[in-house]
Each structure stands twice: as structure tokens, then as C-alpha cells.
Design a protein around this ligand. Structure first.
Ligand SMILES: [Zn+2]
Length: 190
């Protein structure tokens, strides 16, 4: 089986019946073999068979989606985070993934200093509250917030200790808007 990196689009010619046998993801018409969908073209050299492995179409972020995002900038009244995953959807994300989280949307309680709630590189679970004209998320719901945080001093993943986080390496205590499932989400599978 040879898989070249060639991407074919629906209706694209992949060969003739003299050259290839139409396999999965293809169809034949008047002696020409075409791709049925958007996908990666494969040739089975032994069988002379062409097939197309369909690519999943990318997902769009919608209002009300739950997302997982990584904080990459912190300003006075907001954090900026890159959405890396839509909860319940394993497809790649199309379009804008840079979201802002305003200080007023961090918690139901008044937040004076957003830097006590989030730090750069934190993984957070948040709710999409606006998609256009700009992507905005909220962690005001009680169970939303930080899923994983690294110690500011030694970069070790911190463990939850009541309403704070503690570094198992150096003992440093930090504060966050901690999500209900802090430490329980396998982020390597995203
Ligand atoms: Zn530490």
C-alpha cells in the first residue's frame, strides 16, 4: 500500500480503469475513476487499486460550546487563550481560535486581580459566550476554570489543595480559578 500525501477533492480524477481499480472512497464513470470526497489518495500497488481515505471536515466553534484553551497572554482586565479542543468533538478546529476572557467573566464573584486567577500556560475549561466579531469565553460557571497549572518557580504540575494549588516539588502555593475537574483531565489526548 502506498499512501502519498496528495489530497484529492470530491470529483477529482484519480486515474483511468486501465490504470487503477476503483477502491473505497472512489467511483467510476465512463472509464474514469474519481474521488468521492475530500481525502488522502492511496494506491495499492499489488492490486492496482486506488482508494481515498476521507478527511474529517474541521469543526467550527459555536456559541455555548465548552472548550479547552491554553492561556498565552495576561493583560490588566483580560486573558488571551488559544482554544485547542471543543469538548465532545475530536475534530480539528477551523477558523479563529484566539479567545479573550474578560475579568468580569472569570467568576460569579468579583475578581480584583486576574493574575491571581490565571497564569500563562494554564489549561482552562471555558464556555464560549460569543463567536463574532471576536471569540469570547467565560469561566463564571462554578465548575469551569483551570484544569492544569504549572508552578511559577519550578514548572512542575501543581496539585489541588482545598481552594489553592500546591507545588509537589518546592511547596509553593498559588491561587487560580480552579475548575471542578482540576488534574483529572488527560490533556495528552487532546
Ligand atoms: Zn514548584
Amino acid at each position: 500500500m502506498v499512501e502519498n500525501e496528495e489530497i484529492v477533492i470530491p470529483g477529482e480524477k484519480v486515474g483511468t480503469l486501465e490504470e487503477v481499480i476503483p477502491g473505497r472512497g472512489t467511483f467510476e464513470e465512463n472509464g474514469i475513476v474519481y474521488s468521492m470526497g475530500l481525502g488522502k489518495l492511496r494506491f495499492d500497488i499489488e492490486e492496482m487499486k486506488a482508494s481515498v481515505r476521507t478527511l474529517k471536515s474541521p469543526a467550527q466553534i459555536r456559541k455555548r460550546d465548552l472548550v479547552i484553551a491554553v492561556v498565552n497572554d495576561i493583560r490588566n482586565s483580560m486573558v488571551v487563550a488559544r482554544v485547542v479542543h471543543i469538548v465532545g468533538n475530536d475534530r480539528q478546529i477551523a477558523g479563529e481560535t484566539t479567545a479573550s476572557l474578560h475579568v468580569s467573566k472569570v467568576s460569579r464573584d468579583y475578581v480584583q486581580d486576574i493574575r491571581r486567577m490565571f497564569r500563562i500556560c494554564d489549561y482552562i475549561r471555558a464556555r464560549v459566550i460569543q463567536v463574532r466579531p471576536s471569540l469570547q469565553v467565560s469561566t463564571a460557571e462554578g465548575d469551569l476554570g483551570v484544569l492544569r497549572a504549572l508552578c511559577m518557580r519550578c514548572r512542575a504540575p501543581m496539585t489541588r489543595k482545598d481552594n489553592t494549588l500546591k507545588c509537589p516539588e518546592c511547596g509553593r502555593i498559588e491561587t487560580r480559578k480552579i475548575g471542578a475537574d482540576y488534574g483529572d483531565v488527560d490533556l495528552s489526548k487532546l
